[in-house]
Design a protein. Structure first.
Length: 408
């Protein structure tokens, strides 16, 4: 659902700043890191009147945390993703509805359940590597980073393993709607993503029908049976949540893994450090999260006239939090553009600025990323990049479509 653009009255001029963070092309072929740095320095609360949306772009750490933690002042219910209206998931809900739904889904996502999944995550990771067999030149995205999070989430939901690719392709069309290689009808057209969403709903509807009759030890069965003060999931909420998990549990982590691999190639000394001392992996993963920030933004809408750092924000205006920019804020991170596998402390905002929408899958994502690099270092310490990588055309996911590597 697209939105009607808002018109603004007086806006502060930022002469010479021609940056448009809503333009997906910036992230495919441009230099968003340089754009973030310039905005943070020259216009940290910047009126972005762009090709896909109009919003106040926030690039400072402190401002992203403030907005995340003040949901009554900056709400989610009017949509949280550039150019898309409220998409119906918990991401674009406010309390009390958000609180209720979140409490319900947390029943299927307790810390213990995620911790118990660890051996399974490691097993899936091992299998993905086993299946590569003797092939030495592969696409890291297709064969490794797209496979691990996808299989983990699909199996966790209880969908058959052989359906994983089908669900991945549907998710790719939705997330890659601005990219011709994923949205075949033409970039930014609505038809293919809308069809993909219908197909995904149909899929989970029939899986739910089966689990109602034959419950199993899987997330779909747990969610169908979960109740909160006697209330159960409504069908549409259930379907949207399954779709959110397939997308959030897959595209985000896949691109974090690929971006992390690229960082290791670009920083061979740091790669050497973790090979020599794998105990550094946990801090290395946090550093990947900080520097890649695979989910690039979420928006909020001001519920009343307010201000951020002296800049007036009118009720109804959108503010957009750029996590990757906040994660390189020199006021918080020393030498922020340096990849330091042992960085401590590292209070990055890759999973959000700490409010009620903080990422539900943070522990699972960390578990999967660690398992991948642990296995990679043990099996192929000499892995190297053999050709250029290709970036996703998206202003939402910091994505990489292909990354050719040689496994040694
Ligand atoms: C590296 C991987 C990931 C990144 C960078 C990431 C990032 C984020 C961010 C930035 C938010 C919004 C936070 C906010 O608004 O304050 C979010 C929310 C969410 N994430 Fe993740 N995520 C990742 C992996 C996952 C995984 C693996 C899952 C599930 C299996 C997941 C499920 C969710 C859900 C359900 C929400 C919505 C929570 C709510 O609205 O209450 N994410 N994530």
């Amino acid at each position: 659902m697209s939105r009607t653009p808002i018109t603004r009255g007086a806006v502060p001029a930022h002469p010479g700043l021609q940056i448009d963070l809503s333009d997906p092309e910036l992230f495919a072929t441009g230099d968003p890191i340089a754009a973030f740095a310039r905005l943070r320095r020259e216009a940290p609360v910047y009126w972005n009147d762009g090709v896909q949306d109009q919003f106040w772009a926030l690039t400072r750490y402190e401002d992203v945390v403030y907005v995340s933690k003040h949901p009554a002042e900056f709400c989610s219910g009017q949509g949280t993703i550039i150019g898309i209206g409220p998409e119906g998931s918990m991401l674009s809900m406010d309390d009390p509805r958000h609180k209720k739904l979140r409490a319900l889904v947390e029943k299927g996502f307790t810390a213990r359940m995620v911790r118990d999944l660890e051996p399974h995550t490691r097993e899936v990771t091992g299998l993905v590597f086993d299946e590569i067999g003797d092939a030495d030149e592969i696409d890291f995205v297709d064969k490794i980073s797209a496979e691990i999070p996808l299989r983990v989430i699909v199996e966790m939901l209880g969908a058959p393993r052989e359906d994983a690719r089908y669900l991945k392709d549907l998710g790719d069309v939705m997330v890659g709607h601005d990219d011709d290689s994923y949205n075949p009808t033409s970039a930014n057209a609505d038809a293919a993503p809308a069809q993909a969403q219908m197909d995904m709903f149909e899929y989970f509807k029939s899986l739910a029908e089966d689990r109602m009759k034959h419950p199993r030890d899987d997330l779909v069965s747990v969610l169908l049976n979960a109740d909160l003060d006697g209330e159960k999931f409504e069908e549409l909420d259930f379907l949207i949540f399954c779709m959110l998990l397939v997308i959030a549990g897959n595209e985000t982590t896949r691109n974090l893994m690929t971006g992390g691999m690229l960082l290791l190639f670009e920083n061979p000394d740091e790669f050497g450090r973790i090979k020599d001392d794998p105990a550094l992996l946990p801090t290395c993963v946090e550093e990947m999260l900080r520097m890649v920030s695979s989910v690039m933004h979420f928006e909020r809408v001001a519920t009343r006239d307010t201000e951020i750092h002296g800049q007036a924000i009118a009720e109804g205006e959108r503010v957009c939090m750029w996590y990757g920019a906040a994660n390189r804020d020199p006021d918080v991170f020393i030498d922020p553009d340096r990849f330091d596998a042992g960085r401590k402390p590292n209070p990055h905002l890759a999973f959000g600025g700490g409010g009620p929408h903080f990422c539900l899958g943070a522990s699972l994502a960390r578990q999967e990323i660690r398992a991948l690099f642990d296995e990679l270092i043990r099996r192929y310490p000499g892995v190297e990049q053999t050709g250029p990588h290709e970036r996703l055309r998206s202003n939402f996911i910091r994505g990489v479509k292909t990354l050719p590597v040689k496994l040694r």
